[in-house]
Ligand binder design. Sequence first.
Ligand code: 4GY
Length: 252
Amino acid sequence: MYFAVISIFPEMFASIRDFGITGRAVTQQQVTIECINPRDYTTDNYRRIDERPFGGGPGMVMMAEPLAQAIDDAKERASQHGCRIDKQHCPVIYMSPQGQTLSENSVLEMSDYDGMILLCGRYEGIDERLLAQYVDKEVSLGDYVLTGGELPAMVLMDSVIRRLPDIMGDDKSAEQDSFVDGLLDCPHYTKPRDFAGMSVPEVLLSGHHANIAKWRFNQQVLRTQARRPDLWQAFTPSAEQAKWLKELSKQD
Ligand code: 4GY
């Protein structure tokens, strides 16, 4: 999968490019991440990318021109990397609190793209005409405001990369995780058997795989009911999960 990131702070992307599972995906060429600095598309001596807002008020606004050229270049590069250049296959995505909230379902849909072009805003934001002309999709991480779109772009890339086929070292873990079946994750334990006066739940040491699976599902249910009643309300169990829920309701 191909990612072009448009940002005035390209060095920030070392953290996703060079570390962990995402870093390995880059090294193994399952993923390409290219940064494009809109400052390189300015024409004045000061390399200005921001200006004061029309109508007045505090802060600065990113100008349309350098960003438009950066996006055109990003599309050129994306096509050289085999991306089909349309919003179905390689959308231009703007990270902002005004967008649709990211979810594991939308992440999974986005993992089918050939690539994406991620536009990172700074200051008060970007000239609305650039957004109207060039942006296919606006995505938010949640109802809070950051100082720039770089961290959100990396969050989006990280969540999409981990849903690509053959990316996770321990293959099944992406599907087994929290949210994939609409429930929170179960607790995890490892060595030592005793820590701070607490032992490991007996069933996990039993080697009885069916009982372990049922226990973990039960923990997911209890945690989701207690912590996220909204998710529990929306949860639709699979046939096997429905059977387990019936068994568990008889137990207490
Ligand atoms: N929340 N979700 C977010 C954000 C900050 C554009 C400069 C968010 O996605 N992005 O807070 N981005 C940016 C937004 C102008 C600040």
